[in-house]
Ligand binder design. Structure first.
Ligand code: HGY
Ligand code: MN
Ligand code: MN
Length: 418
């Protein structure tokens, strides 16, 4: 019987306990997590999650890029499964809930079905996507990107981290390279529960965000190359200072963001000065640049403007500047039918909801290129995320999980398409 029955409630205390237990993997002094993709901490978290799925009677399989899928059979096994989940990897100084909420809430959905002896017509699959954050290997949405075909498997396996460790070697180091093909398979729909990572829901007093899509973005890697030289003996005219060039490019990024008003987003997150010695004029600076905007056309304009103007800066500094676009992602709309399911689920569960466009990128954004997708947002305190102080209330986690439960079941129990 589909869970229209209001008594079919997820166990909020069990969910919160599972989130706090997951937060122990890579726990930091300041109350956050450092669980970089394919690190030992990620490996331990994956092992615990896999064991919990197995204990819940789910059939766990792992693909060649480390994506973990935990399957609960349906009454009609031949139907494409309803997929839901998120990611367990974190930022270097990340929060307890970014990604982990969607994965642990998905496990709670499975556990609640068992508690109530409920089956579903379509199978269900819970997923932990590998390396959503991109912090360690520089790409981002990596496991889901290979799954949908946006990233090539060999390209991903060959990427290296700051220590020269390849993605493939890191997979093997924690035993995460699975036998299943890292490629898409038939899926009926995908739902992802995630904290909003911004202030909109909290300011609106809405417990649930029915996410209608995500904004556009473009990511670059940049290398400014000048010449190492003596800080004391090199006159201004002879300097090829890579740091001065990079600093002016950082200012350009900020000016381009602010020129676009409240919707502007421009960030330089990584910045590595070499040789990074106090009395040497830096000969090389490696840094990242990203822009985001609700309008794909605006990102296209930014993608034309930024390399051009950064090139002028480099020329004036007598420095070469190599800019590599990592990816450009257009604004992505989610499936209206799945969004409506989320809104109906929130109403059924008794929560206020409002539509919202995601400022953050998510695995769901890439999956939406291939299949019907919707996301569910919950508020997070002060809209703060990608910060160890990231926080949410237990009742918010419960609300998000209940809506995920209702939406997944409504989709999985709908009449099979002819
Ligand atoms: O960067 C992002 O938008 C995501 O939170 N990793
Ligand atoms: Mn996330
Ligand atoms: Mn994140």
């Amino acid at each position: 019987m589909p869970s229209q029955d209001p008594v079919c409630r997820i166990d909020g205390a069990r969910l919160w306990a599972s989130l706090m237990a997951m937060a122990q993997f890579g726990a930091t002094q300041k109350g956050g997590v450092r669980r970089l993709a394919l690190s030992a901490e990620d490996g331990a978290a994956r092992a615990a999650f896999g064991a919990q799925c197995a204990a819940a009677g789910l059939a766990v399989r792992v693909d060649a890029v480390g994506n973990m899928f935990a399957r609960r059979e349906g009454r009609e096994p031949a139907r494409p499964p309803v997929l839901f989940g998120s990611h367990l990897d974190s930022q270097p100084s990340g929060g307890k809930f970014d990604g982990a909420l969607g994965v642990m809430a998905g496990l709670e959905v499975m556990r609640t079905l068992d508690d109530h002896g409920l089956g579903t017509a379509a199978p269900l699959e819970l997923v932990n996507w590998t390396d959503e954050e991109g912090s360690r290997f520089g790409l981002g949405l990596t496991g889901s990107g290979v799954w949908v075909g946006a990233h090539g498997l060999d390209e991903v396996l060959a990427r290296t981290d700051a220590d020269g460790v390849s993605f493939g070697a890191a997979l093997d180091a924690i035993g995460a390279r699975g036998a299943a093909p890292a490629a898409s398979f038939p899926v009926d729909a995908y739902f992802e529960l995630h904290i909003e990572q911004g202030p909109i829901l909290e300011q609106a007093g809405a417990m649930i965000g029915a996410v209608t899509g995500a904004q556009a973005q473009v990511w670059y890697e940049a290398v400014a190359t000048g010449q190492d030289a003596h800080a004391g003996t090199t006159p201004p005219a002879a300097r090829k200072d890579a740091l001065v060039c990079a600093a002016r490019v950082v200012d350009l990024v900020d000016r381009m963001m602010r020129a676009r008003g409240a919707d502007g987003r421009g960030t330089v997150g990584r910045f590595e000065v070499r040789p990074n010695s106090r009395n040497v004029i830096p000969g090389e600076v490696r840094f990242t640049v990203e822009f985001r905007h609700p309008s794909s056309a605006e990102i296209d304009r930014i993608d034309a403007q930024f390399p051009r103007e950064a090139g002028f800066i480099a020329r004036d500094c007598g420095v070469t500047l190599a800019i590599t676009r990592m990816f450009r992602m257009p604004a992505q709309a989610f499936d209206p039918e799945c969004v409506a399911l989320v809104q109906a689920a929130a109403a059924r569960a008794g929560y206020a909801s409002r539509e919202i466009v995601s400022g953050a990128g998510h695995d769901a954004v890439l999956l939406a290129r291939r299949l019907p997708v919707a996301m569910i947002f919950t508020p997070c305190r002060d809209g703060l995320s990608h910060n160890e102080a990231e926080s949410m209330a237990p009742d918010e986690a419960t609300a998000g999980c209940q809506v995920l439960f209702e939406a997944v079941l409504a989709r999985a129990n709908r009449p099979a398409l002819a």
